[in-house]
Design a protein around this ligand. Structure first.
Ligand code: ZN
Length: 252
């Protein structure tokens, strides 16, 4: 593992000589140092800057996501700057972070696909007062928006029903697609759901599911009884979520 962690560093030494390997244990390699970059995306202009960062790269293990922090004190640790409560960069919706990481599990991939775009976005926001890649809201709302985008649906209830399939691991292609197209799932969003199964675990989808349910209920909507299956309840209890929360969300 140490060897793998060092190899990852060697791959980026040419481009990012300021980074070094701090530790490597429990399947996570930690890199620290100054990340100097020049980047330009989609006509938003050139950014030439440097940030002190700490990067946690999962080595080998699956299911764990990479984490990045700006440690030089330049980016305020506030949601408005897309810094999470624990000081980590909010690199995107959890599924998206995993998706990108699965495509490229190297340190180079983490830096080029996630960290540099994040820092670039911050610089453009500071300089020109807009977010170059659009802005996902925080928390539950951000998760809902992300799924609205990838499924191409507006209805939060449709998203809840899609996620329910993934949480329950209960794909049935002959049923009507939750998007409301009146087509069967297998002829509509079915392929997408099948692909999503391999990216995150049921537990990960469960936390997104709860976020969407929360968002839906908070906007004054009810959850139909058909969503409240025994299968879901069993999984819900297993996840250690309060029983009362389940019944509060699914009253009616
Ligand atoms: Zn559909």
């Amino acid at each position: 593992m140490q060897e793998q962690a060092e190899k990852n560093l060697e791959e980026v030494e040419g481009d990012y000589p300021g980074l070094h390997l701090v530790s490597c244990k429990d399947g996570i390699a930690v890199y620290c140092g100054r990340l100097v970059f020049t980047a330009s995306y989609e006509g938003h202009g050139l950014v030439d800057d440097a940030f002190d960062v700490e990067l946690e790269l999962p080595i080998g293990g699956f299911g764990v996501v990479p984490v990045a922090r700006e440690i030089g004190g330049r980016i305020p640790r506030e949601p408005a700057y897309h810094i999470n409560d624990d000081g980590t960069m909010c690199l995107g919706a959890p599924l998206e972070v995993r998706r990108k990481f699965m495509r490229d599990r190297s340190l180079r991939g983490l830096i080029n696909l996630q960290v540099v775009p994040f820092l670039y976005g911050y610089c453009i926001k500071q300089d020109k007062d807009y977010w170059p890649f659009g802005e996902l809201a925080h928390g539950s709302q951000g998760i809902v928006q992300y799924y609205q985008k990838i499924f191409g649906v507006k209805s939060v209830l449709s998203i809840i029903e899609f996620l329910k399939i993934l949480v329950e691991d209960n794909y049935r292609g002959h049923l009507p697609c939750p998007c409301g197209s009146e087509r069967r799932l297998r002829n509509c969003h079915g392929q997408q759901i099948m692909e999503m199964k391999d990216i995150q675990s049921r537990e990960n989808y469960f936390s997104d599911f709860v976020a969407c349910v929360r968002q839906h209920v908070n906007s004054g909507e009810g959850i139909p009884r058909r969503v409240m299956t025994k299968r879901l309840r069993v999984f819900w209890m297993r996840m250690g979520q309060e029983k009362t929360l389940f019944y509060r969300f699914f009253k009616k």
